[in-house]
Design a protein around this ligand. Structure first.
Ligand SMILES: [Ca+2]
Length: 673
């Protein structure tokens, strides 16, 4: 019985599934998916007899696009050519317009072959870029050999002209660009063509090599004017080709011409490459389901500084009716929702973004390739208004989902936008929730978080958390740096001074033979901790070691830097520019640690802390001076300031007692009168 049952199940499984009935108007039941496309409203070439569709197949069907069919509104199979492939699942499909204004593009049938009727577009320019194979492009035959071996395609699409400074489909190093199509000569006559390029380039018109700039070379200011050639052309369309190969660094590929009657050369304009009419997808439909998730992506602006470039992309889902839910995964660890989403890519990338749509109990998911170039080209303009918009989006990113490099880029962007609170929240999430074990990358993030908490948000808990985490799972050198930073935060933000002193005493042994910044910082902070403990003699020695590492008592350069920092600190205290004063004070103690012992720096620091409304910390500064160096020539001022702080806090009796002490111990002081 059991065996018979098993056989029965096998028979059932092996039986061919009944062929699905295609929906009404469906071109062929073997094609599971189609996009409805219409002519775009705005057209560069509104009368062109050719149209093209840039469709994203979601990885369904054949990568070469052989299964793509174009069917017009009347149900006629229209001849079509795959003009470009990639990046990823993108295809450029060209077809004649004839009378139609609306078509269906069918795809997703892996067993379909190329249609029997071949079709070749007779206008427009197509750019394809591919990964570069090795070889010296010394002349055209050598370039042809490189081209023949450069088989890995980055991408291809109709293109307006030869005037580019990046690879739009992939990385902008080690690639070849092949522009092919038709050039419109406006009149009979003699034409001069020029090629301007960084690295080798070759320009063909009507099948003839007219201009070339072979070999590895840079763009050479104005040199392109000599890389030229002439040809007689009749008015009308002529075959055109421009080939470029790029190794590294910058890249330029630009074709210039001087048509008959023109006074000087100019870039060949898009009008000289009359192309197809543009279309856009307005719906995606599935043969087997009423719900077909799909979306389009378009560039949404760039912002950049130095070598960091941020690229926004706008994702638009095709509406799936009321009550539908949209979930995006942008391919870089971040997510979004809603039918339209703008996303900022922190790094240049080609990644897979996906959309899941849930509607009416059904659910569908589609994945498309997205390219965010990450190149800052000479054609981009920096727009400060964009920074604010980008920062608002990036502030919501889940820090723990980003790569260390992306996280650092996000932090940089928020820093540029002055969003300290969001920076702290982003880094805190990354340190708190990242699944990866602690290590060097986590250490760097945690150290940055700790610095922000100590210097900007003045958050003891945050700084303690960050520096403790920075010390986990790392080598001895990084652990020492984290422990010294932790001690510094405890001292700076009013944490446990005994714990700080213990950390610094532990760090002292491995650091005592070193003369680097970390050792200098350790000696400086150990001095501070010893002052709080009232051990002025040891503190003075410790500050002395820090001073030696800063250049020594006699170092004229050091003395000048200290004097400059001190002057700036006093100025900024006077004008109540607290954050600038804080920076100056850090400079000051760095160049003259001994002023922490002698007292001048402490008085200024206490004024900063009082001004920033951190009176408890100001009190600690001043009492440490009185405990560690009661002979300080600033001791009377310390007492005077302490009395002022006590009075401000409503502790009048304490204030009076402090002033009484001032008069008794330092009878010479004018502050006691
Ligand atoms: Ca280059």
């Amino acid at each position: 019985m059991r065996r018979a049952g098993a056989v029965l199940i096998l028979v059932l499984l092996g039986a061919p599934a009944p062929a699905p009935a295609a929906p009404k108007g469906w071109f062929h039941r073997d094609w599971p998916r189609r996009q409805r496309i219409v002519l775009s409203e705005r057209q560069a070439f509104p009368d062109s007899p050719l149209a093209h569709a840039r469709i994203a197949t979601g990885g369904l069907g054949r990568p070469d696009g052989a299964d793509v069919r174009v069917v017009d509104g009347a149900g006629r199979d229209v001849p079509r050519a795959i003009a470009g492939r990639g990046p990823g699942d993108l295809l450029s499909v060209a077809f004649p317009v004839e009378e139609a204004t609306e078509w269906h593009v069918y795809y997703g049938n892996p067993s379909a072959a190329e249609p029997p009727k071949p079709f070749a577009p007779d206008r427009g320019l197509v750019l394809e870029t591919r990964e570069r194979a090795p070889g010296e492009p010394a002349d055209w035959p050598a370039m042809e050999r490189i081209l023949a071996r450069s088989v890995k395609v980055h991408g291809g699409s109709f293109w307006p002209q030869v005037f580019d400074a990046e690879n739009p489909f992939g990385p902008s190093d080690d690639y070849v660009s092949d522009y092919r199509g038709f050039l419109l000569a406006p009149a009979d006559g003699t034409y001069t063509f020029f090629t301007a390029s960084d690295e080798a380039s070759f320009l063909f018109v009507a099948g003839r090599l007219v201009a070339e700039w072979p070999g590895w070379h840079d763009a050479g200011k104005g040199a392109w004017a000599t890389f030229k050639g002439t040809i007689e052309l009749k008015a009308g369309l002529h075959a055109f080709r421009y080939v470029h190969v790029e190794r590294a660094g910058g890249q330029v590929m630009a074709a210039y011409w001087q048509p008959p009657g023109a006074a000087k050369p100019a870039p060949i304009p898009p009008a000289a490459f009359p192309g197809p009419r543009d279309t856009e997808t307005v719906a995606t439909e599935a043969r087997d389901s009423p719900l077909a998730a799909d979306f389009t992506v378009r560039a949404g602006g760039k912002w950049g500084l130095e070598d960091r470039v941020y690229t926004a992309m706008t994702f638009k889902a095709f509406p799936a009716g009321p009550g539908a839910e949209y979930r995006w995964e942008f391919g870089d660890g971040t997510r979004g929702d809603g039918p339209i989403a703008t996303h900022v890519y922190l790094l240049g990338t080609t990644c897979e973004a996906s959309l899941s749509v849930t509607a009416g109990g059904a659910r569908d998911t589609v994945t498309h390739t997205v390219r965010a170039s990450g190149e800052w080209t000479r054609f981009d303009r920096e727009d400060p208004a964009v920074l604010e918009r980008f920062a608002r989006l990036v502030a919501r990113y889940p820090g723990e989902a980003l790569s260390p490099e992306a996280l650092s880029r996000a932090d940089f962007l928020l820093e540029q936008a002055g969003r300290t609170t969001e920076r702290v929240a982003l880094l805190r999430r990354a340190v708190e929730r990242r699944a990866a074990p602690p290590g060097p990358a986590m250490h760097a993030t945690a150290m940055r978080l700790g610095d922000l908490c100590r210097d900007l948000t003045r958050d003891l808990e945050g700084a303690t958390f960050a520096f403790r985490r920075a010390a986990e799972g790392v080598d001895a050198g990084r652990r020492l740096a984290a422990e010294v930073a932790l001690a510094e935060a405890l001292l700076e933000l009013g944490g446990d001074p005994d714990a700080a002193r213990k950390l610094l005493l532990t760090a002292r042994d491995p650091l005592s033979g070193r003369n680097d910044d970390l050792a200098r910082r350790m000696w400086l902070r150990l001095g501070d901790a010893l002052m709080i403990a009232g051990d002025g003699k040891a503190a003075r020695q410790s500050y002395g070691r820090a001073l030696d590492l800063a250049g020594g008592a006699e170092d004229a350069g050091r003395i000048l830097r200290k004097a400059g920092a001190a002057r700036a600190a006093l100025t900024h205290l006077g004008t109540k520019e607290w954050s600038r004063a804080a920076e100056d004070l850090r400079d000051w103690e760095w160049h003259d640690p001994m002023d922490r012992y002698l007292g001048f720096h402490r008085i200024a620091k206490a004024k900063l802390l009082a001004g920033r409304d951190e009176p408890a910390l100001a009190v600690r500064e001043l009492t440490a001076l009185l405990a560690g160096n009661p002979e300080s020539e600033y001791a009377d001022e310390a007492l005077f300031l302490l009395a002022g702080l006590a009075r401000d806090a409503g502790r009048t009796a304490e204030a009076d007692a402090l002033l009484e002490r001032l008069r008794r111990v330092y009878p010479w002081s004018p502050l006691g009168r």
